[in-house]
Design a protein around this ligand. Structure first.
Ligand code: 5AD
Ligand code: SF4
Length: 474
């Protein structure tokens, strides 16, 4: 048993990051282990987790398992978890309870595994060991490649497996992937984070910042182009810092340029941190038509006092300067953000400053959250002095304003013709297809099914706060 350690997860040394190209190995005898058995992976949280699940699914299929569309019939159930806020925790523990019932009533041999960011938390693993004894497997974000070995121990030897490394991490390059889409793909460009914003658990659950070597990224994108993919999203906690940990004088602007030159039709990237956003990066985005004019630029707070307490390394004014620079260079772009309300010490004046920034930036949309103290982070030790009532009230006021600007931003599209990458059938209406504009606006359109996977011209006929309707413009 190897449990996570918060103390070890904090450590940052100058130890060299190793690029490992043959750490994922699957013995021939493990390739049959999942024969006639099914798996179900439930993913919580961010795109990084979505992509990790694509790796996990490919590994399970390497072992002979097939995917089950519902949890009830699965032999192996894996919950790929998120630790960013308390409600993410609660959802997972709710699901762990449901699987307990399944084990008791339907199939006692179900293997239940927990992986992802919650598995990297010492407090969570202790809780699982004490209270949720029906969990058979816990593995973390650093050892996805060990899944065949861990599963074989459980299946062949009936041993519970807890294996979580609290390390800074290396880069493992040979993990297989089963992509959810045939048209758009996630591509990791870096792992981990060294920013240590005071509220954030990610630097502890994902290790230190490790950029992938450019050639691995470019080759992955070239393969995707060859396979007919239309869009890639370059993934990292803090993509603008890409390359800073490599000693090769190659950074995010170089990477963006090289990825754009592969000829892939759409390039996106998330998430940006204002601190590392350079002028040359803005120039590169403006120069290449296949780099999408969409930037997710978390603000977190509009008060410089709170930003300082959050360890965000920029002031309200610096954020606004960057925002305005982006809008000037990319007038057509859409910019979205993340905002936390109720951070310790946030007064009514501080919150009003956040509203002021929202009024000035008029974001295309914003993800808004109530501060959630995470064990081990500096902010969890600050005095949480804003009442829950006040936090809820601020969130509502903020959402009202954010939604007003989302609708206004969408209104500008009415009657316009936009390019939409059609991804599939609309969730709300079988007769419609859905996709996203270059600026990441969700569009529903009545079009023949053959249009799935194509970038088509759509004329916008109706706009709502979170989506738009359109018709084919042929
Ligand atoms: N509490 C509330 N929101 C948080 N986020 C990250 N950590 C916390 C926390 N402890 C939000 C930030 C981040 C987004 C992914 O989640 O806004 O940008
Ligand atoms: Fe968390 Fe800050 Fe790193 Fe983003 S940049 S993952 S908010 S520590």
């Amino acid at each position: 048993m190897l449990k996570p350690s918060l103390k070890d997860a904090r450590v940052r040394t100058r130890k060299e990051v190793l690029v490992k190209t043959n750490d994922y190995i699957i013995d021939n005898n493990l390739k049959e282990l999942g024969k006639n058995k099914t798996y179900y992976v439930k993913t919580y949280g961010c795109q990084m987790n979505e992509h990790d699940s694509e790796n996990i699914k490919a590994i399970l299929e390497d072992m002979g398992f097939t995917e089950s569309i519902n949890m009830e019939n699965a032999d192996v159930i894996l919950l790929n978890t998120c630790a960013i806020r308390e409600n993410a925790h609660n959802k997972v523990f709710g699901m762990v309870g449901r699987v307990k019932t399944l084990k008791e009533t339907v199939n006692p041999n179900i293997i239940l595994g927990i992986c992802g960011c919650m598995a990297q938390e010492e407090v969570v693993v202790d809780e699982i060991l004490n209270k949720y004894r029906h969990v058979d497997l816990v593995f973390g974000t650093h050892n996805i490649h060990r899944l065949p070995k861990l599963l074989s121990e459980i299946i062949n030897k009936h041993n519970k497996q807890i294996e979580v490394y609290s390390i800074e991490g290396d880069v493992i390059e040979n993990i297989p992937v089963k992509r959810d889409s045939k048209y758009k793909a996630w591509v990791n460009i870096m792992f981990g984070c060294d920013k240590f914003c005071t509220y954030c658990i990610v630097p502890y659950t994902r290790g230190k910042q490790r950029s992938r070597m450019p050639e691995f990224i470019i080759n992955e994108v070239k393969d995707l182009v060859r396979d007919g993919y239309k869009e890639v999203t370059l993934l990292g906690q803090n993509v603008n810092a890409y390359g800073k940990d490599l000693n090769i004088n190659y950074n995010m602007e170089n990477l963006l340029e090289d990825v754009a030159k592969t000829g892939i039709e759409r390039v996106r990237f998330v998430t940006s941190h204002p601190w590392d956003f350079t002028d040359t990066m803005i120039e590169v985005i403006a120069k290449y038509p296949n780099i999408m004019p969409y930037i997710h630029l978390p603000l977190q707070s509009g008060s410089s006092k709170i930003l300082k307490l959050m360890g965000r390394r920029y002031t309200k004014e610096e954020y606004l300067t960057l925002f305005n620079k982006l809008k000037k260079a990319l007038p057509y772009s859409s910019i979205t953000t993340d905002i936390i309300v109720g951070f310790p010490g946030e007064t009514e004046e501080d919150f009003n400053e956040t509203l002021e920034v929202v009024n000035e930036c008029k974001f295309d949309s914003a993800f808004t959250f109530i501060f959630s103290p995470r064990v081990g982070t500096p902010a969890s030790r600050m005095q949480d002095d804003v009442s829950l009532e006040e936090k809820n009230e601020r969130l509502q006021r903020l959402n009202k304003l954010v939604n007003k600007y989302s609708k206004e931003a969408n209104d500008r599209y009415l009657g316009k013709v936009v390019k939409v990458l059609i991804e599939g059938v609309s969730e709300k209406d079988d007769n419609h297809l859905m996709g996203y504009t270059d600026t990441m606006k969700l569009v529903n359109v009545k079009a023949p099914i053959e249009y799935i996977g194509k970038i088509i011209d759509v004329k916008i006929t109706d706009v709502k706060t979170w989506s738009m309707d359109g018709e084919l413009n042929e």
